[in-house]
Design a protein around this ligand. Structure first.
Ligand code: GLC
Length: 567
């Protein structure tokens, strides 16, 4: 085997976020202390020891702030309070203290692209006249056409349907339109308004003062819109709403300059992150911003993590890479090159609350665009056994890469997407706004199993669950997997311990050649990582096997299997 060059991704410093494995807690579905069927902050606090025991460095909490929950909390009505569904600010403080006591960092979700329509800012805007400062906090515009009854432009909502809704004036006459890139209940804020900037500085400080270690920035690539809100050209609109990559329209499919869609990846957004960088720098202890920016290619994405902007950004190009060795090698190399170029760590992610869980996704044949979800009538074939096998191998590769990695709750148990949710249980606005054409994201959000026995598999002790849990949860429950040395949980624990012990997060990647096109092979921190994505077995390379994604027999490395070797 020959080696070709080395690539480090951790940059110069030793800040925690350069190498951290960060576990995404989706509060609604993690653990439910009060038994109402929706997870809560006391539930999280109670289960933090399991996360410490798993071996992660930090947790990211999806939104738990005051919200009418029309988009599962990504519709915030008060940025500085906890929704009673999840507990109280005191519960948050207790959770944070407990996490820090266990050595776990905590980052929280900030949703600055839009508020809930229940937010007092929006209510004030509705109650104010056209052209008022209150309306100026959002995007209110007169409609087109003779009576203003056509939307101001042709933008479409990520969740389906038009991105504009018309309001009714106090006297009952039809009024202006407001922009919402997501649900009607999520009006977009106008980031050309200095007042909005000031509010968010205050919100950041509110949580930084409480001691959070950072923020995940929702829809970071959408906050700034092109001047004049121009129409998207027909080609662009089709690409963003219908194409494989852009199905949720979260992905801009931008590969040229300037950005092709007038609401994604606009240059002006970077000014906001520079401002926030300065706010975080006022605080001690190495606080961090991680952007949710669906921007491609990695070279463009890396602009969000230049030294005076955010610290991290999600690497969705990695998540979307098909299970093919050449594609995987390319995205890893491109990511390391791009992020190294700006002195930032690359991040890696395979699952989150918006995509089909990778234990299922990697076993799906047929088209399954991001955000469409899967349901009983989806036109795809799902091979669950292959999916899980590939998922275990994919994670074995990911956790060997230098930089920081994100895990989504339940992937450490090998949870699949729940495909057969009854229509009546579905809650994702995507499902409603597309009249059931797209299933949306509920299938990855089902409350996770802690115990094989007991009501709701230990999610709570009442049996209530906001989405129904499948019977297979009994086999995949944490307590069952704790007893099984070959479980996915055991694999994750071993990977995380070895990654930590060998300092792989801060390591340098050295490509290994000579294994053939269907193999991904590299060295990092003294570990040789070999993943066989081909259809045939290959010879297991020499060396002591430290981790294998599947139990090995003989001297072969079977298909869809990855190993870490020493020597
Ligand atoms: C982000 C969130 C997603 C949410 C959307 C609107 O993409 O991850 O869950 O629906 O923003 O806030």
């Amino acid at each position: 085997m020959a080696s070709t060059g080395t690539t480090s991704t951790t940059g110069g410093g030793h800040e925690w976020w350069r190498t951290a494995v960060i576990y995404q807690v989706y509060p609604r579905s993690f653990a439910d202390a009060n038994g109402d069927g929706v997870g809560d902050l006391p539930g999280i606090t109670a289960h933090l020891p399991e996360l410490q025991n798993l071996g992660v460095d930090a947790v990211w909490l999806s939104p738990f702030m005051t919200s009418p929950q029309r988009d599962a909390g990504y519709d915030v009505a008060d940025y500085c309070d906890v929704d009673p569904l999840f507990g109280t600010l005191d519960d948050f403080d207790r959770m944070l203290e407990a996490a820090h006591g266990l050595g776990l960092r905590v980052i929280i979700d900030l949703v600055p692209n839009h508020t809930s329509s229940d937010h007092v800012w929006f209510k004030d805007a509705l109650a104010s006249s056209d052209g008022s400062p209150e309306r100026g906090h959002y995007w209110f515009r007169d409609g087109k056409g003779e009576n203003g009854d056509e939307p101001p432009n042709n933008w479409e909502s990520v969740f389906g349907g038009p991105a504009w809704t018309r309001v009714t004036n106090p006297d009952g006459t039809p009024g202006q339109w407001y922009l919402h890139l997501f649900d009607t209940s999520q009006p977009d804020l106008n980031w050309t308004d200095p007042w909005v900037w000031e509010q968010f500085r205050g919100i950041l400080r509110f949580w930084l003062d409480r001691g959070v270690d950072g923020f995940r920035i929702d829809v970071a690539h959408g906050m700034v819109k092109a001047d004049g809100l121009p129409d998207a050209t027909p080609d662009e609109a089709a690409g963003s709403m219908g194409g494989a990559g852009g199905a949720l329209a979260l992905e801009p499919e931008i590969s040229d300059e300037p950005p092709s869609l007038p609401y994604w990846g606009q240059e002006g957004g970077h000014e906001i992150f520079r401002d926030w960088h300065k706010v975080l720098a006022e605080y001690d202890g190495d606080r961090a911003l991680c952007g949710e920016a669906w921007v491609d290619p990695p070279a463009k994405l890396a602009r969000y993590v230049r030294p005076d902007e955010m610290q991290q950004t999600f690497n969705f190009s990695y998540l979307e890479t098909p299970w093919q060795a050449p594609a995987l090698r390319t995205v890893i190399a491109d990511s390391l090159a791009a992020f190294n170029g700006v002195g930032a760590p690359s991040t890696w992610v395979l699952s989150n609350h918006d995509v089909v869980r990778h234990a299922t996704r990697l076993g799906v044949s047929g088209d399954n665009p991001q955000g469409h979800g899967l349901g009983p009538k989806s036109n795809v074939t799902v091979d669950a056994v292959t999916g899980l096998r590939r998922a275990r191998a994919a994670t074995t590769v990911m956790l060997a890469l230098p930089g920081s990695a994100y895990l989504f709750q339940g992937e450490e148990l090998g949870l699949p997407e729940v495909i057969d949710l009854p229509d009546s249980a579905r809650q994702d606005p995507t499902w409603f706004r597309t009249d059931g054409e797209r299933y949306g994201r509920d299938g990855c959000r089902v409350p996770i199993p802690w115990t094989a026995a007991g009501p709701s598999f230990g999610f709570n002790d009442t049996g209530a669950s906001w989405l129904p849990q499948p019977a297979i949860w009994a086999l995949l429950a944490r307590d069952a997997e704790e007893l099984d040395p070959d479980s996915t949980l055991a694999l994750y624990k071993l990977l995380l311990a070895e990654r930590e012990g060998r300092g792989l997060g801060a390591g340098e990647l050295e490509w290994l050649k000579g294994f053939g096109d269907d193999v991904v092979a590299f060295r990092n921190g003294g570990v040789t990582v070999v993943a066989n994505l081909g259809e045939a077995s290959i010879a297991l390379p020499d060396g002591e096997v430290v981790v294998s994604s599947e139990p090995l027999t003989g001297t072969d490395l079977p298909t869809d299997t990855a190993v870490w070797l020493l020597g």
